[in-house]
Structures are given as structure tokens and as C-alpha cells.
Write a protein that binds this ligand. Sequence first.
Ligand code: SAM
Length: 456
Amino acid sequence: MNLPSDFLVKMKDLLKDEYEDFYKSYQDPKKQGLRVNTLKVSIDHFIEISPFALDKIPWVKEGFFYKDEERPGKHPYHEAGLYYIQEPSAMAVGEMLDAQPGEKVLDLCAAPGGKTTHIAAKMNQRGFLLANEIHPARAKILSQNIERMGIKNCVVTNETPARLAERFPAYFDRILVDAPCSGEGMFRKDPNACAEWSMENVALCVSRQLDILKHAGNMLKLGGRLVYSTCTFSPEENEGVISHFLKEDSRFKIESVVAYEGFGEGREDWVSEGALDIDKTFRLWPHKLQGEGHFIAVLTKVDGDEGFKRKYVDVLKDQKLLKDYVQFAKETFIESPKGDFILFGDSLYMLPGGTLSLKNLKVLRPGWHLGTNKKNRFEPSHALALSLKGEEVRHTWCVGKDSNEIESYLRGESLAVKGSKGWYLVEVDGFSVGWGKLAGDVLKNHYPKGLRWVGK
Ligand SMILES: C[S@@+](CC[C@H](N)C(=O)[O-])C[C@H]1O[C@@H](n2cnc3c(N)ncnc32)[C@H](O)[C@@H]1O
């Protein structure tokens, strides 16, 4: 690993006696973690069935370290969304945002979705979650991860913070700004992060972070929580940005939340004009805990306007447009899911409660994707399969994680299956992984082409 020399000089100057330990941590292997998706499986059940040796991550009860030789990204349980592979210190962010079921929550810089999927698990399918990503290609990956984790109450947009702030003034109970940063905590994980690092880039990141925070601040309700995080160590992007933001926007204060063992304090002595309580922010260091490193600040909005007029989304009223879905629902579900519908092109979605008008915003998914209206029939989506449990549907076809059948299914092959015709929820050890359509003893494969295990 080629650590940038200016970075090392700077860290030596900042860390003084601690520098040697910090520097040595770069010789250790990166720490790898997975977070159990409690929307799909309880922690205890996952521990029982886990194919991987797991060690608890102390600061998040759903989080576990796994060993370097394990490959959890290539397992049927991964395709079934039983866990999300996430860097261990990054898991502390979702803990500190502490979203609750029923709230309105914004994840403003969300791709690829590590924190969004953590937030969604905490919300337990209730409330309104808006996951936004400014880069179109990354927004697609975010959307796929939300689908794999079986999340129903999430809208995905591809917008700038400024445009969202116009639509959602003082709207959210909680907002996460997991800011784009110089990525100094990524050096062990990603060699490109070393190559791209420069002092100029740190300065560029600071102005971008301040701009994002300004808009985030306007979208938070009075009394709401704003969490700012980075995966970098530079004081400019951490204590510096927070101090600057609080100086400009007096509606916020730093909240003191309980620290976990091994978390360091924000460093007042590393910035000029550090904000009040800046030492109550958190620094997670690679030489003090088993993670790559993070900075986290928890802010509360203690002053500001309320009572904006809202325009809610127009829900689908014309029942004729639901005709094919209703037929599918009757044949497939034990009990049809209830909620408001919206048609987005030919695709049918169910809206999370409290969705504001999304008109003129770039929307990738306006909620829970149920499926698509084809000519005189309804085809269920992969997102629907991944968010259903076996007991909710009439037909399931369940195979084991080590079976040849699951491999064949994930490769996209049709399978010989006996049973009455219709849509089957395909399960691995009782966890949904996709759809198959049975007719004439052949289960036609509806596992999405882009996800198939080609060559695996
Ligand atoms: C640290 S990453 C987010 C990681 C994500 N929260 C997770 O846990 O998986 C920061 C994200 O901010 C996005 N970003 C870059 N510039 C931005 C801007 N000006 N406004 C909002 N987001 C931006 C990047 O594309 C990137 O996906």
C-alpha cells in the first residue's frame, strides 16, 4: 500500500505519540463485517444457520466480523438478503441515527446503501424512508440493494440536495449525511483511495460537505436529529465542517449520545474556533478498534420554522388499472397487502405512508415495487418476492442452501417441479429468493437476468 506522504506527515503532526500505533494499523488486514438483516431473519436464528464463523461487533447487535477466507458475497443467503456486507465502523452510524418505526427519515448520500439498509431494518417497514443518491449509476446499485433486502417503505431518488430541500422543507424526523469525503479510512480497503488523495481534494470535499449540510439542515424538523459522518480522518472535513456549519446555522446543537467502548472523542485542539461540545462528536480509529475508521456527529435542531403546506402524492384511484394485479393477488397471496398504489409507467408500486408529491423529481422507485402490467396479465417484481415470507403466499418451492436446485435456480435454469400451476415463491431454507412460474411440471425461472450466477 502506497500511503500518500503528505497524509502521513499530517497524521504524525496531529497524532503525536499515537502516530506509531496508527501507522502500524496499516499493516493489519482490513476488518470485514456483515450486518444481519432483521427484516428477514432474527439475529439468533442467523447465528444458528450461519455458514460463516462469526464474531460479534461490540457496537451493533446485528453486526459480526467474518474471517478473510470467507466469501459471504457469494452465497444463496446473500441473494436472499439475509445480511449486508458492511465495514464494521460504518455500522456505528446507523446506530447513532437511531431511526424508529413510523418516522420520516432521509438518507441524503445513500449509495450503495449500507446505511440505508441499516436504517430500514430499524424502521421495520413502517414510516417513510427517502434514499437519495446524486450519481445515476450508483443510485441504481442503491435501488438493487434496497430490493435485495426486502425493504417496502423506501423511495429512491437521484437528486441534488438543493432540489430535495425545495420539496421537503422541515419535513424529516431524522436525516443522515454520510458525506462524500477524502476517504482516508478507505486506504486499507481500496488502493484507489490512496491514489486519489490530495490536500486539494480535502479542501474540495469541505466545501461540498458544507453545501450538503446546509440543505440537509433545512429539511429537518424542529426537534429532529441530523447525523453527519465521514470515513476520513482529516479535521477539516470533520470537526472543522461541523464547527463551521454550527456557526452559520444557529438552529442546531451537538447532542451528547452514549459512546461505545473504543470510540474516541472529537478533537477540539485540531480546529480553530471549534464549536461548543465538539468533543462530543466521535472518532473511530483503526488502531483503537476493529474497523477502518469513521467520524460521527449527532446534531439536534433546537430552533426553526414548522407548519409548511404539503402536497401529497396522487394515489391511483382508477380500479380498472389494477384489474390484472387484483387477479394476480387473488391467485398468489393468502391475504393481499393493503396500502395506496401508484402507477409509474407500466410498473405498479405501493407507497410508503406520508409520501409527498414526487413530481419533477428524478425518481428511481416511488416505493414498494409490486410488478408490471403486461398485456392482460400482471408480472410480479423481484422486489415483491424478496419482501414476502412463505406464509404470505399460496405456493412456495423451498430448497436447501447446499442443494443443486438452488444453484440451478440462481443460474437462471428452469426446474422440474410437480404442483398446481401458478406463481411460486422460491425459497432457500425458508427465505424468499425470487419467483418461478409453474406450468406442466416445469418451474419457469424468473430470477432477474442481471443477477444470475453466470460462471459462478
Ligand atoms: C460515503 S458515500 C455514501 C455511502 C453510503 N451512505 C453507504 O453507507 O453505503 C457518499 C455518497 O455521496 C455521493 N455524493 C457525491 N457528491 C455529492 C453531492 N454533491 N451531494 C450529495 N451526494 C453526493 C457519492 O456519490 C456517494 O455515493
